[in-house]
Write a protein that binds this ligand. Structure first.
Ligand code: GLU
Length: 471
């Protein structure tokens, strides 16, 4: 059997971390079994669905590399098909027209609530044989079976049983003829040959209703797997309170897509103690049966840790490719500084994310404004004048502008002055980078380049001179 999974977001906002995890598990399962992964946009709620949200979802999936084999299908383009199925169900008697007024349904609800009963439709129109009142457009309700139970063999939850008496006759088409979620999802899953429905636990209540509709349509049931919810580290449902919950916010914060994907895979799924998985490894190892029933905790620190592992382990070329758009975003002209591969290789161990990488690397590509106040106060004092002057002269005569020669020049100055290396290197570092922390001074100089280095030392010498005159 060809495995077919799907990701069917409703485009009403951003791509939530939890939805991305659902997409990932469907994608992994399809890939693992050489199946197909379908993207379907569930946009029938026209008031809440927007094109911008569709774009954000697609951007998020693309960024994560969750490519789909089919789609995106749009439910709003399939209304004819839903209408056809509804008509068929009315003919077959598995659905019926309901003319109950809002007022009637409201008072039914109130009466049930007063008796502490679960509000549900009472089947008033279920067996009506008379034509409905003139001028009233009916809704269409599904004729849910009475008696018996629905038994779901859920791949994560195990066996789940729900009595049909718990389920009422739900509306499958509104009075204006538009279909509702339960109908569209079932028709699409059948038409698209979906074999596995992997989705959040919050849909578990919908599943018996949808199974009953599938059976009324004479179609085979898919396999179900309901994924545990994602909570914050405080055990409460993940929400904005816990920080960013939209996938693209993580992109904007400089998290690598590989890291987020890896981290999402571990939310509810595990393979021994392993934490870091390449995409191919995830595909080879992923198994729905190994998904945990208990809610998963979203731990930002852990995500940051995963991100650092990737920053350190990725190939230079991949890291440079990932970083490039962040430099562009910051308005940096990469042609005006060192080769990006060389840059990432010296910065990768020092940064937490790509935004951090850019912020700490600006001085390689353009001149900085003021010196960091603390750093200048400490290192660009009048005593720094002579070391800076001498190191400038030494560097100016370096012919091979590479790390060993640069380091030798700095050491030479320190030795001649009989000073520890820091007395030369620290003022130099502040002069070149504007701050007191940077990669190794030799690496920094090599990447900043000769002209810039000398010009910046001159600027620092002026600064020290003025400061000395004022002091
Ligand atoms: N459109 C539904 C949602 O975004 C998906 C439901 C399903 O997976 O069946 O929650």
């Amino acid at each position: 059997m060809k495995i077919v999974t799907r990701f069917p977001p409703s485009p009403t906002g951003y791509l939530h971390i939890g939805s991305a995890r659902t997409a990932l598990f469907n994608w992994l399962y399809a890939k693992r079994h050489s199946g197909r992964f379908i993207l379907r946009i569930e946009d029938t709620d026209r008031e809440r669905s927007t094109d911008a949200a569709v774009e954000v979802i697609i951007d998020g999936l693309r960024w994560l590399g969750l490519d789909w084999d089919e789609g995106p299908y749009f439910q709003t383009q399939r209304f004819d098909r839903y209408r056809e199925v509804i008509a068929e169900m009315l003919r077959a008697g598995t659905a019926y027209h309901c003319y109950c007024s809002k007022e009637r349904l409201e008072s039914l609800r109130e009466a049930q609530m007063a008796q502490k009963l679960k509000p549900r439709y009472d089947g008033h129109c279920r067996d009506c044989s008379e034509p409905g009142p003139a001028g009233v457009a009916p809704v269409v309700r599904f004729r849910n079976p009475q008696g018996g139970e629905v038994v779901i063999d859920d791949r994560v939850r195990g066996e789940v049983r729900i009595s049909n008496d718990e389920l009422d006759d739900l509306i499958i088409a509104r009075a204006d003829g538009t279909p509702t979620y339960h109908l569209t999802v079932v028709v699409d899953d059948i038409d698209m040959g979906v074999t596995h429905v992997i989705r959040g636990d919050d849909h578990l209540n919908n599943t018996p209703r949808q199974i009953n509709i599938i059976e009324a349509l004479g179609a085979p049931r898919p396999v179900y797997a309901h994924l545990p919810m994602i909570n914050g580290t405080d055990g409460r449902k993940l929400s904005k309170r816990h920080g960013a919950i939209s996938v693209l916010e993580y992109r904007n914060a400089g998290i690598l897509p590989e890291s987020l994907l890896n981290y999402l895979a571990r939310l509810g799924w595990s393979h021994g103690d392993q934490e870091i998985f390449s995409r191919d490894e995830m595909i080879a190892l992923f198994d729905i049966d190994a998904v945990n029933k208990a809610p998963a905790n979203f731990d930002l620190d852990k995500l940051m840790w995963v991100n650092q592992q990737y920053l350190q382990q990725m190939s230079e070329a991949d890291l440079a490719r990932a970083a490039r758009p962040y430099f562009h975003e910051a308005g940096i002209d990469l042609a005006a500084g060192p080769d990006l591969n060389a840059l990432v290789s010296v910065q990768r161990d020092r940064v937490r994310n790509l935004v951090d990488l850019v912020e700490r690397s600006l001085f390689f590509y353009r001149d900085f404004g003021d010196f960091d106040e603390q750093a200048a106060k400490k290192h660009l004092r009048p005593v720094a004048f002579e070391p800076l002057r001498q190191v400038r002269a030494a560097l100016e005569s370096v012919t091979d502008w590479h790390e060993p020669a640069l380091l030798a020049a700095i050491h030479g100055v320190a030795e001649r002055m009989n000073e520890p290396i820091g007395k030369v290197a620290q003022p130099l570092r502040v002069a070149i980078t504007g701050a007191a922390a940077s990669p190794g001074i030799d690496q920094t100089l090599a990447l900043v380049g000769r002209e810039r280095t000398l010009a910046r030392i001159d600027r620092a010498l002026d600064y020290v001179r003025v400061r000395g005159a004022v002091a």
